[in-house]
Write a protein that binds this ligand. Structure first.
Ligand code: GTP
Ligand code: MG
Length: 237
């Protein structure tokens, strides 16, 4: 049977919230989707995350676990998109799993066959971001830097997305960065390659604080930002 929707969730050491979040996600998806799958894309976990996902996959046919060895959010997301069978792929985070975004973004993709991606934006007017002030501020700074460095014209790149797989696979294959900035490169490349992308304002409240502290991510993000500016401009010339 063909699959309409794949939800890809990179996870890293999420044993505390994984089971409840996945059961709630599956329950919601069953309400509005006839055929879907959920790929938990885990790598480098040192807690019980992978064992929990494996056990749940045995009792929920729509769920599967994909493993790769190194902790790398971007690589896990990229491999999940490549493995997806659905014509639409939702890129999720285990601490969000936003059913309202799923329903809205899928309706938008169904209504417009040229639409390549719906980006859930935390910064668009109408969005409600309940994270602490410091992280909201960091999101704005990051996105401003991305705009300046790459010439992109959106409001947000990291977090929820829904994509039409066939139109976005060529973009995925051209992305060179991994870790945090893969998701940003995906959105920025789609923009520069002329894909039709729309943003949708989301309401965001996380089920737990981020697993990796913001300040620890900054040096790698800054060095990748430099690489992104160079590679995006090179590929556009
Ligand atoms: N596979 C994989 N998943 C990861 C890794 N780091 C984080 N994740 C997952 O990515 C998702 C988002 O992680 P968070 O820790 O909430 O990060 P965040 O700071 O909210 O992310 P932002 O959207 O950038 O603010 C969760 O599902 C995590 O489990 C990693 O190294 N590998
Ligand atoms: Mg989070």
């Amino acid at each position: 049977m063909s699959i309409d929707v794949t939800v890809v969730i990179p996870v890293y050491n999420e044993e505390e919230i994984l089971e409840d979040a996945l059961v709630e996600l599956l329950t919601n998806l069953r309400r509005h989707q006839n055929s879907f799958e959920v790929i938990v894309s885990a790598n480098g976990c040192v807690d019980d995350t992978e064992a929990i996902a494996e056990r749940l996959a045995q009792s929920h046919g729509e769920l599967r676990l994909h493993r790769c060895p190194e902790p790398d959010y971007g690589e896990a997301l990229k491999q999940g998109i490549e493995l997806a069978q659905g014509q639409f792929v939702i890129c999720e985070e285990i601490d969000l799993c936003d059913d309202r975004f799923h329903r809205t973004a899928l309706a938008m993709l169904n209504a417009d066959t040229e639409l390549a991606m719906v980006v859930g934006s935390k910064a668009l007017p109408g969005a409600r971001d309940h994270r602490p002030y410091f992280r909201r501020f960091a999101t704005r700074v990051l996105n401003r830097m991305l705009r300046t460095a790459t010439g992109w014209r959106g409001t947000d790149t990291h977090g929820l997305k829904a994509i039409r797989r066939q139109l976005m696979l060529p973009v995925v294959e051209r992305c060179e960065l991994r870790r945090d900035l893969f998701a940003s490169e995906l959105v920025i490349r789609a923009f520069h390659m002329g894909c039709r992308v729309v943003e949708y304002p989301i309401e965001l409240s996380e089920k737990r604080p981020p697993s990796i502290g913001l300040m620890r991510r900054v040096p790698k993000v800054l060095s990748d930002m430099g690489k992104l500016a160079v590679t995006v401009r090179r590929n556009n010339d």
